[in-house]
Design a protein around this ligand. Structure first.
Ligand SMILES: O=C(O)CCC(=O)C(=O)O
Ligand SMILES: [Fe+2]
Length: 281
């Protein structure tokens, strides 16, 4: 494998086709569906009518850093709060510690090939904070607005790097990633916002008013990639994905990784305790 580090430095991202085999992908997708199958929604419903219900939803998210939890698509519910589609077509994502807690996910998330990419990009002691299985469901897969992953995984210096695996072909139709080439450096490579947590509360803090790329502007490019591709990108790279209005899902899996040599902010929402220390590849 060749990792084009000069291109990465210039663009802020790299696409490595054929990084995962069809068999590896099939195993991960099958395991994800088993997790969804075993998921009992119970009280975890995004019904925004009372503060008490909202608090349940917030706690469910805030306590998910060392758990395996399912989160719904916002558009999965009707006005009465009932599911409009079967559960397996209603989940937005599974997060956030499958890479440490689930053997199938763990196998996919570690190994020499990932270590090689990480080392080439300067992550000498990688720390994998979070895993997400993203469904981008047919018809209702939600938009992910423009953001930088360093807003969620800040460190000094910023080292967070995203490993995004296409588990299905990602196209303009089913809501592929978009990125701003070079947007991680120079005048535009500034942290815009910071998601901070204090106790049971978390919120987005504005840091810098530099605008995101305008919709359909030349600054942004779609990353249409085939299943099996790895897209790896810099924590300051602005990226986005549109809602999926097509009949095809767009399954992807993503890992967020920092270097242990950088100081991980104690204000980040996701912290790991001694019960489940953060691990590498
Ligand atoms: O898959 C997507 O649509 C967005 C994922 C993302 O923002 C991330 O993995 O950091
Ligand atoms: Fe992101």
């Amino acid at each position: 494998m060749t990792v084009d580090t000069a291109r990465y430095a210039e663009q802020g991202f790299l696409v490595i086709p054929g990084f995962k085999t069809a068999a590896e992908i099939a195993a991960l997708r099958e395991r994800a569906l088993q997790i969804v199958d075993g998921f009992d929604p119970g009280e975890q419903r995004p019904v925004f009518t009372t503060e008490e219900q909202q608090r349940h939803v917030d706690d469910y998210f805030l306590d998910s850093g060392d758990q395996v939890r399912c989160f719904f698509e916002e558009e999965a519910f009707d006005a009465e709060g009932r599911l409009r589609v079967p559960k397996e077509l209603a989940i937005n994502k599974i997060g956030h510690a499958m890479h440490d807690l689930d053997p199938v996910f763990s196998r996919f998330s570690k190994g020499p090939a990932l270590r090689e990419v990480a080392a080439a990009l300067g992550l000498t002691r990688p720390q994998v904070w979070q895993s997400m299985f993203i469904f981008k469901q047919p018809g209702i897969g939600g938009e992910v607005r423009w953001h930088q992953d360093a807003s969620f995984f800040e460190s000094d210096p910023i080292t967070v790097t995203t490993f995004w695996f296409a588990l299905e072909d990602a196209t303009l139709q089913n809501g592929c990633l978009w990125a701003e080439p070079g947007g991680h450096r120079g005048a535009r490579g500034v942290l815009r916002e910071r998601f901070v947590r204090e106790g049971r509360k978390a919120w987005m803090e504005q840091v810098d008013a530099t605008p995101w790329p305008a919709a359909d502007s030349k600054e942004a490019v779609p990353l249409e990639v085939e299943a099996g591709s790895l897209v790896v990108f810099h924590g300051l790279l602005p990226h986005y994905s549109a809602a999926n209005r097509s009949e095809k899902s767009r399954h992807a899996y993503t890992l967020h990784v920092t270097d242990a040599a950088s100081h991980y902010s104690p204000r980040n929402w996701l912290q790991r305790g001694a019960e489940l220390p953060v691990q590498g590849f």
